[in-house]
Design a protein around this ligand. Structure first.
Ligand SMILES: [Zn+2]
Ligand SMILES: [Zn+2]
Length: 236
């Protein structure tokens, strides 16, 4: 578990590469908020980490889901059962989380052992959040709707921490990169969302996969967005 700020902790997969699912974030306020849950089978580890900070499962009041992919919602069913936390997500991804729609994925996935991890247990979403909404957590978390990777992907702007949790809108594995194209619904929308993300005024940015950017985070994202835009315009 890495302390990013005194109120934000990151629980990584192995080397933050996403093995065993995406990074999970613990936000410590008057109660606890989880951001994402990793693949299924990760709930015990998550609750143990919360316990190391002195919290019990019932202290987890909210679970915010950045998007519906199984490496982010896999352990949601078990965590909700144990904690009775409220599940927060965007309406465009809610049908994939509550089981009205199946988890989409590339066709080759069904031929690999990963397909078992990819099938998730449906969980009802309790609170739907839209672009511009503010959650009363850590002094106000602003929701930025950043579709592209999935239709209902969201970024969380923790204004008091000057920190963004970007989900899979971008990844930072050894270098800044786009999310896997095979798992991304609409790449041109995705690039527009990265540009929007760059307009936020933050100092630190955390990702679903890889390590956080803590130095020159915003200028780095701005120049990455500019490079992407010119590259994309060229191919178009
Ligand atoms: Zn992911
Ligand atoms: Zn994803």
């Amino acid at each position: 578990m890495d302390e990013i700020t005194p109120r934000v902790y990151q629980l990584s997969g192995i080397w933050g590469t996403g093995i065993w699912g995406a990074n999970v974030f613990l936000l410590v306020g008057s109660n606890l908020t989880l951001v994402d849950t990793g693949f299924k089978g990760r709930s015990t580890q998550i609750l143990k980490e919360a316990g190391r900070l002195g919290y019990s499962p019932s202290d987890i009041a909210n679970i915010i889901i950045t998007h519906h992919h199984a490496d982010h919602v896999g352990s949601l069913a078990m965590l909700k059962k144990v904690t009775r936390a409220k599940v927060v997500a965007h309406p465009a991804d809610a049908p994939y989380i509550d089981g009205r729609l199946p988890q989409p994925g590339p066709r080759w996935l069904s031929k690999t052992p990963l397909h078992r991890l990819w099938a998730t247990t449906p969980v009802a979403v309790d609170i739907l959040v839209n672009d511009g909404d503010e959650l009363p957590i850590l002094g106000g978390i602003k929701i930025l709707h950043t579709p592209g990777h999935t239709p209902g992907s969201i970024c969380l702007f923790l204004q008091q921490e000057r920190l963004v949790i970007a989900g899979d809108v971008l990844a930072h594995r050894f270098r800044l990169r786009l999310p896997s194209k095979a798992f991304t619904a609409d790449i041109s929308q995705e690039i527009r969302s990265i540009k929007r993300l760059a307009s936020l005024d933050f100092d630190v940015i955390c990702f679903g996969h890889g390590s956080p950017l803590v130095h020159k985070a915003r200028p780095t994202i701005i120049s990455f967005a500019e490079i992407l835009e010119s590259k994309y315009q060229r191919v178009r």
